[in-house]
Ligand binder design. Structure first.
Ligand code: SF4
Length: 69
């Protein structure tokens, strides 16, 4: 199991995350900042999550592996 978060202080609203993984990332209502609508993500998504995190121009996407589950 993985957890994904967007650091709201770093996010510049570039929207790459929302474009690439719309099932995971959304824009905050009323702003162009991304957030993970479902922070808990299965292992199968890890590669794709890290890929999107590397593409975020602000380095705002944090992917963490959780123990257990
Ligand atoms: S790609 Fe990065 S900067 Fe752009 S909306 Fe997503 S988290 Fe924010």
């Amino acid at each position: 199991m993985y957890e994904v978060h967007v650091d709201q202080r770093k996010c510049s609203g570039a929207g790459i995350c929302v474009q690439q993984m719309p099932s995971v990332f959304r824009f905050q209502p009323g702003s162009k900042k991304g957030y993970a609508q479902e922070p808990q993500q299965p292992d199968e998504r890890a590669d794709a999550l890290y890929h999107v995190a590397m593409q975020c121009p602000s380095g705002a996407i944090v992917v963490t592996k959780k123990n257990g589950a």
